[in-house]
Ligand binder design. Structure first.
Ligand SMILES: N[C@@H](CCC(=O)N[C@@H](CS)C(=O)NCC(=O)O)C(=O)O
Length: 213
């Protein structure tokens, strides 16, 4: 087995981010998959390496890395080419801001455990949960659209793929999954399409993963 092991799930957007980063860097990795709807992420064997009970986790050379933002920055530092952050500090801050807008302001609100809690504590219906999900995706994409208008090029930031695209592509996948009208976010959609056209990014697609059902 490869020295680099990604614990993930085909539909997990945080895992999808890491798969994109690994593929862009052409890192050979193996996958251990955990069925999230079945609750495998809370199995004692997995909690022993990932106490937060979430995917992704990356194992490499005897070390374990948690949290996709930390994992992706570690990947970028370990395999520098091609860089996922621009050289200028101000540009890198904007790329990180785009990523954080998705990772901190949208994704946690729509995570499986949050949606499960909406149903169990507040008796939310499927329609209400879908409304919740699409609301937060819409808020995030609205803000991102303005940032891409200012800083985007072929991709979310400029003309080279960056860390921002690692986050944008899975978020657009989720938007499509829940029927968000991407005509309202043409720049974000176009940037994601440009990234998805790259073979390395295409190979990270959920439906290309070994546990895709
Ligand atoms: N901040 C974490 C979030 C990880 C996360 O929320 N993972 C989701 C899948 S995308 C998960 O494992 N959900 C399982 C659950 O909610 O029980 C990261 O970026 O790695």
């Amino acid at each position: 087995m490869s020295d680099t092991i990604l614990h993930g799930y085909w539909r997990s957007s945080a895992s999808y981010r890491v798969r994109i980063a690994l593929n862009v860097k052409q890192v050979d990795f193996a996958q251990v998959t955990h069925d999230l709807p079945a609750g495998d992420q809370r199995a004692p064997a997995y909690l022993a390496i990932a106490p937060h009970g979430l995917v992704p986790t990356l194992e490499h050379g005897g070390a374990t890395y948690l949290e996709s933002p930390a994992i992706i920055e570690w990947i970028d530092a370990t395999w520098p080419e091609p860089p996922l952050l621009p050289a200028a500090a101000g540009d890198a801050a904007m790329v990180r801001a785009m990523a954080a807008l998705i990772a901190c302001d949208v994704h946690p609100l729509n995570n499986l455990r949050v949606l499960t809690r909406l149903r169990s504590q507040f008796d939310a219906s499927n329609a209400q949960v879908k409304d919740w999900i699409t609301h937060w995706i819409g808020e995030g994409l609205f803000a991102l659209e303005q940032l891409i208008a200012r800083h985007g090029g072929r991709f979310a930031f400029g003309d080279a793929i960056t860390l921002a695209d690692c986050y944008l592509v899975p978020q657009i996948y989720n938007a499509e999954r829940y029927g968000v009208d991407l005509a309202n976010f043409p720049r974000a959609h176009a940037a994601a399409e440009a990234a998805r056209a790259l073979p390395a990014v295409a190979a990270a697609h959920p439906e290309k993963q070994p546990d895709f059902q």
